[in-house]
Every structure is written in structure tokens, then in C-alpha cells.
Design a protein around this ligand. Structure first.
Ligand code: M6R
Length: 353
């Protein structure tokens, strides 16, 4: 039930802080210890020599973020693959691979095809999904819930942030991070709500930057590049504004030729190491007439940035950065008079290959 909301998507965006708290309560006990994760899952990750995250669409994008957590905290090389590609073009695998499937629905046919192949080859697998008792959760060796509640809008929002949180918790549990993750996630939930409560800002941004525009760009480096591809998918999927999301350093290798007077370029700037470089790339597109809309974190903000994100641990910033992108997509779509929840040509879960 949508309740007071005009669209499910807005309701689901709004629920993200609650989902973050729910996940924290579920996976951490009162003494900050991990609970509700089968020790055999931790054991499987620790004894693997490489992790393979396999997913489609937004879930794949959540994998791009999770890769950083697994590599940083468990020290395991982690590859992220698109299921429809992996299914028919399996890369050379390591000696002891472990597979992690990410899915909101648990029914995505492309991912099911890969899981079938993985099982046939005798490799271990875990599915992290929102719909438990789905094909992917039943057929993998292990399953962990996203606990996001029903996600109805075709555009995935709360499942994405939930996937990132569960990946972080799992990598933390299997690794040696010294982060007080429970405490950090509590901060994330608070700051998510701060952004959500300022949603009118994103309505203004969407209307001024995207009205009558046919194309747009999202750029960033590192974790911001991972969020940029998700941000672009969100915007194009529902508003039909052709949007590319990519690593900011790639602009000069081709895409910058597309910049015209007024082209909206959303720049995500939350990673200290590369902030200077991204500022340079913003200057490059601005010099060619782009309308740069900068979404930065507090520590890296400069006068003139369109929105300054509250600050949490830099590795967890994607959980905040994506929310403005979700809301910009929502309001741009609303502004065009389109059905936010049901974009043309798309189904909520893609059960054909
Ligand atoms: O149910 P899944 O997470 O496996 O679905 C994967 C994609 O089909 C899904 O994320 C899709 O890209 C969304 N519509 C994006 O908003």
C-alpha cells in the first residue's frame, strides 16, 4: 500500500533509513557481535581464494560497491560480473572461487542461469536477496536476507542500499576491519534521513537541470564512479533522459566531445584521494558549456556545489550519495508527467533470459 505517497518509488526511497536500522539490528547483537550469519558462510569466504559477485542491473551496481569492502576487509580479490555475460562467457576461474549472487527478486533468469552453471561445476554459493524463498535463495548453498520489505517500483532503490549494507556487514564479519561498523551504520541511517528530509532540494535541481534535456551525465571516481553508473541507470530508466554514468577520468578519452551548452553533468565528489582530479574534470566540462551539478561531501565541498552531503565513513558514502540521484530521477520523471513506478518496456523482475 502506497499510503500517503503518490508513487511507491518515493515511499521506498523514504524507507531507506529504516531498512539500514533493521539490518543493523538483525546482523549485530547488543555487544556489537555478528549474529544471524551462518558461520559456514564466513568459513566459505575465508577459505576461498577469490570472490565472484554475480548480478544484473542495480544489483550489479551494488556489487561494484561491495567489491571494495570484500577486497579491503577480507583481502580476497573480488570480481563483479553481469550475469547475462557470465552465463555464456565464463571467465577463467581461480582454484577456489566462491560465488555471491545479489538480487532483489531472487528470480532474475540471467542470474539463475549462472547459479545453475556454478552448481554443476561444484562451486560454493551464497545468495543475498530481498525475496527469500525465491529460486536464487533456495538453490544456492546459503542465503542472507536484505530485509528491505516489498519493493514494488520498477526502479530499485532500497534494495540497492540494503545490498551494500549486507555486503559491508558480511565483509566485516569475514575480514579484519577495525571499523565499528554497527556504530558507522547507525550514523548512516541518521544522515540518510537528513537527506531524505531535504527532498525538495532535489525537485528544484531536477527541474532546473533536466527539463527539456535529452541527455545527461553522471561522473565520479572510485566509489563515486560505482554510484555514477547506478545514478545514470535510475535517471534513464524512468525519465527516458539518455544518461551515461562513468569514471570521470574517461571523459578525456572520448565522452567530453558530447558536451554542449547546458548539458547536465552531475559530478559525485566524496572520495578524498581523487577529489582534486574530479574538480579538474568538472572545470573541463564547464569550460565547454556543461551545466555541472556538483554533489559533494562536507569535507570536500566548495562554494557553488549544488548539494553538500552529510559525512559518514568514506567507504560508506555510496549509501548517502545514491539518495540524491534517486530523488533527482524521481522528480525529473514526475516533471515529465510519466508514470514513475512503471516505466515503459520494463518488468519488475526479469524472468526471461
Ligand atoms: O531482482 P534483481 O535484483 O535480480 O533484478 C536485477 C535487475 O533487473 C534490476 O536491478 C533492474 O536493473 C532495476 N529495474 C533497476 O532499477
Amino acid at each position: 500500500d502506497k499510503g500517503v505517497y503518490p508513487y511507491y518509488m518515493l515511499k521506498e526511497v523514504d524507507e531507506q533509513a529504516i531498512v539500514a536500522r533493521t539490518l543493523s539490528q538483525h546482523y549485530f547483537d547488543d555487544d556489537n557481535q555478528i549474529q544471524n550469519i551462518d558461520p559456514a558462510i564466513i568459513e566459505a569466504i575465508q577459505s576461498a581464494d577469490r570472490l565472484y559477485i554475480v548480478a544484473a542491473g542495480t544489483s550489479y551496481h551494488a556489487g561494484l560497491v561491495g567489491k571494495r569492502y570484500f577486497e579491503q576487509w577480507t583481502g580476497k580479490p573480488t570480481e563483479v560480473h553481469i550475469s547475462s555475460e557470465f552465463a555464456y562467457d565464463q571467465p577463467l576461474l581461480s582454484d577456489k572461487p566462491f560465488f555471491i549472487f545479489l538480487s532483489q527478486s531472487g528470480e532474475t533468469a540471467d542470474s539463475r542461469e549462472v547459479l545453475d552453471n556454478v552448481i554443476k561445476q561444484g562451486f560454493g554459493s551464497l545468495t543475498i536477496a530481498n525475496v527469500m524463498n525465491s529460486t536464487l535463495t533456495r538453490e544456492a548453498d546459503f542465503a542472507l536476507p536484505l530485509l528491505a520489505g516489498p519493493e514494488i517500483a520498477v526502479a530499485s532503490t532500497k534494495a540497492y542500499t540494503a545490498q551494500i549494507i549486507v555486503e559491508a556487514i558480511l565483509a566485516h564479519a569475514a575480514g579484519n576491519s577495525t571499523l565499528d561498523l554497527k556504530h558507522e551504520l547507525a550514523k548512516v541511517a541518521v544522515e540518510m534521513q537528513v537527506i531524505i528530509d531535504q527532498k525538495e532540494v532535489f525537485k528544484t535541481i531536477a527541474e532546473s537541470a533536466l527539463r527539456d534535456r535529452r541527455s545527461a551525465f553522471y561522473i565520479g571516481r572510485g566509489l563515486d564512479a560505482a554510484v555514477a553508473v547506478e545514478a545514470a541507470l535510475k535517471l534513464k530508466e524512468i525519465s527516458y533522459v539518455q544518461t551515461e554514468g562513468f569514471a570521470a577520468g574517461e571523459l578525456k578519452h572520448g565522452t567530453i566531445s558530447l558536451i554542449e551548452e547546458g548539458t547536465p553533468v552531475f559530478a559525485l565528489l566524496t572520495q578524498t584521494k581523487t577529489a582534486g582530479l574530479v574538480r579538474g574534470e568538472i572545470a573541463q566540462v564547464t569550460a565547454r558549456g556543461a551545466n555541472a551539478v556538483i554533489i559533494s561531501s562536507k569535507a570536500l565541498a566548495k562554494a557553488g556545489d549544488a548539494y553538500v552531503l552529510p559525512e559518514v565513513n568514506e567507504l560508506l558514502m555510496p549509501l548517502l550519495t545514491v539518495i540524491p540521484a534517486q530523488l533527482i530521477a524521481y522528480y525529473a520523471t514526475l516533471d515529465r508527467g510519466l508514470d514513475v513506478d512503471r516505466p515503459r518496456n520494463l518488468a519488475k523482475s526479469v524472468t526471461v533470459q
